[in-house]
Design a protein around this ligand. Structure first.
Ligand SMILES: [Cu+2]
Length: 164
């Protein structure tokens, strides 16, 4: 419960300045419902337009199958994520700002899971899970997929995709 509260307040703290920076005239009423994200919103299974397998391993790489290429604004993607490694890995959807904040938080709480965060999944070795994300908002810069277990982003567990 404590972790959930921490994550929720983190997300609120994170999203508020980003949403504000997104600019006047771009009022997002969706953000009034729970946590808001600068890079889209949790997707619905019924609205999935493509499914991509994401492999993670101790070689510190994401393998997208098929390759994700660029993302069309508004599309909903189901990521079927599996961890073939012997370490815990995570797959999180974000943008440069959210991933920076996420990395800072993971440094303080390296064992945190993302059960309360629909934009990320944390997987024990051999496990799989999924994230369904609607790319309804254009962030500043690229969409950034990352594993923020300490040191993993730096070792290569990051992938950037253009949102068009
Ligand atoms: Cu990792």
């Amino acid at each position: 419960m404590k972790t959930t509260l921490i994550i929720t307040s983190f997300l609120l703290a994170l999203s508020a300045p980003v949403a504000f920076a997104a600019g006047a005239g771009d009022h997002d009423h969706g953000s009034m419902h729970g946590a808001a994200y600068s890079f889209g919103e949790p997707g619905k299974a019924a609205e999935v337009t493509r499914t991509i397998k994401v492999g993670m391993g101790d070689d510190m790489k994401f393998v997208f199958d098929p390759p994700i290429g660029s993302i069309k604004r508004g599309e909903t993607i189901r990521f079927e994520v599996s961890n073939a490694g012997k370490q815990v890995h995570e797959f999180s959807v974000g943008d440069a700002a959210s991933q920076r904040a996420h990395a800072a938080m993971m440094k303080k709480m390296p064992d945190m899971k993302h059960d309360a965060d629909p934009s990320a999944v944390t997987l024990e070795p051999g496990k799989s899970g999924s994230v369904i994300w609607k790319f309804s908002k254009a962030p500043q810069g690229d969409i950034v997929f990352a594993c923020q277990k300490p040191g993993h982003y730096e070792a290569g567990m990051v992938h950037k995709a253009k949102l068009k």
